[in-house]
Write a new protein. Structure first.
Length: 329
């Protein structure tokens, strides 16, 4: 690189930066020369700007930092630069244990008991593993944690189950006691996205079947002769949505998060866009309550469901698995 004091000489020495009109809308880092200023070594002073590229035209690049006004940079003053990954959203900075705690709202009758930093979960009406397992995604801080897990479920379900992160110390702890994968299922993916992003994605997806026009809310009669009606069965911050008698889904709202479970379409009516109809109704219900983050959980080997949720913008926050003593035990 030239070592003269002319900033144009400095910038001209780097012709291979990765910036240009193609980075508009992307997060970038730009190193530029500060005209008329001297750096610590006596050469031209330089500084970095990190933010979203708003424009690249007419010899200038405009970057919007996370705070403050946009910065206009002459492209001739750019020494180096490149696109950088988006800053993780606030929702992605929530840890697995905390994200899982948000999902407790999906069962209205869930009984929970803290075991140090672990959480014992039991539902008297559901057989779902998420409602009948210990949430162990970090150290419990309790000396006899394993024994207390076994005792808790011995008097309830009769078979203890643990939800753990793959390869974690808790995974090793339960496996050390002979526990194995609770079933033949693959790991479960906890996926999240922004409610607004998911709703925009839904609006872009052209479902083969149009959304039914007849809507029945809280038992009121449908206002159309359309035989396929959407019904909402609400109980506090929990709702069950049904599309006729062929598709259903459940959503729960808590702390500006809305979660989904039980998205199901009758096999004879699949590939007609009914899952999108259900998701649309559930997302709208959550948005009306002020939810900004949406989450769901899906088995990693359920390719059709994973593909659907990816099209709606869901990404994996973390993967986890269920362990339990062998059934022969």
């Amino acid at each position: 690189m030239p070592s003269g004091d002319d900033p144009h000489d400095v910038a001209a020495g780097v012709a291979g930066h990765l910036l240009g009109p193609h980075v508009v809308g992307l997060r970038v880092v730009v190193r530029r020369v500060l005209r008329g200023e001297t750096g610590p070594s006596g050469g031209p002073a330089m500084t970095d700007v990190l933010g979203t590229c708003l424009a690249w035209a007419d010899g200038t690049c405009v970057v919007q930092p996370a705070e403050g006004p946009p910065v206009t940079i002459a492209t001739a003053d750019i020494v180096s630069g490149k696109p950088v990954p988006p800053r993780p959203s606030t929702r992605h900075r929530v840890g697995p244990q905390e994200a899982q705690r948000r999902a407790l709202a999906l069962w209205s009758d869930l009984v929970t008991m803290p075991l140090g930093d672990w959480l014992l979960r039991h539902s008297p009406t559901s057989t779902a593993r998420r409602a009948n397992s210990v949430l162990a995604m970090g150290p419990s801080g309790v000396a006899d944690d394993y024994e207390r897990v076994v005792d808790f479920y011995a008097g309830r379900t009769g078979r203890p189950i643990a939800a753990v992160l793959p390869g974690s110390a808790e995974d090793e702890l339960f496996r050390g006691h002979g526990w194995v994968a609770e079933s033949n299922d693959d790991d479960t993916l906890f996926q999240i996205t922004g409610v607004s992003a998911a709703r925009r994605a839904l609006s872009r997806l052209a479902a083969p079947a149009p959304r039914p026009s007849a809507v029945e809310v809280r038992g009121a009669p449908a206002t159309s002769l359309d035989t396929t009606a959407i019904t909402y069965d609400e109980a506090g911050d929990l709702v069950t949505v049904r599309v006729g008698d062929v598709a259903t889904g459940v959503a729960a709202y808590a702390e500006d998060w809305v979660g989904f479970r039980g998205i199901h379409v009758d096999p004879a009516h699949r590939r007609q866009g009914l899952a999108l109809v259900v998701m649309d109704a559930l997302l709208e219900w959550g948005a009306e309550r002020g939810a900004t983050t949406a989450y769901l959980q899906v088995l990693a080997d359920n390719a059709p469901a994973v593909g659907l949720y990816e099209r709606l913008g869901f990404t994996t926050h973390h993967a986890y698995r269920y362990l339990a003593p062998p059934r022969s035990a």
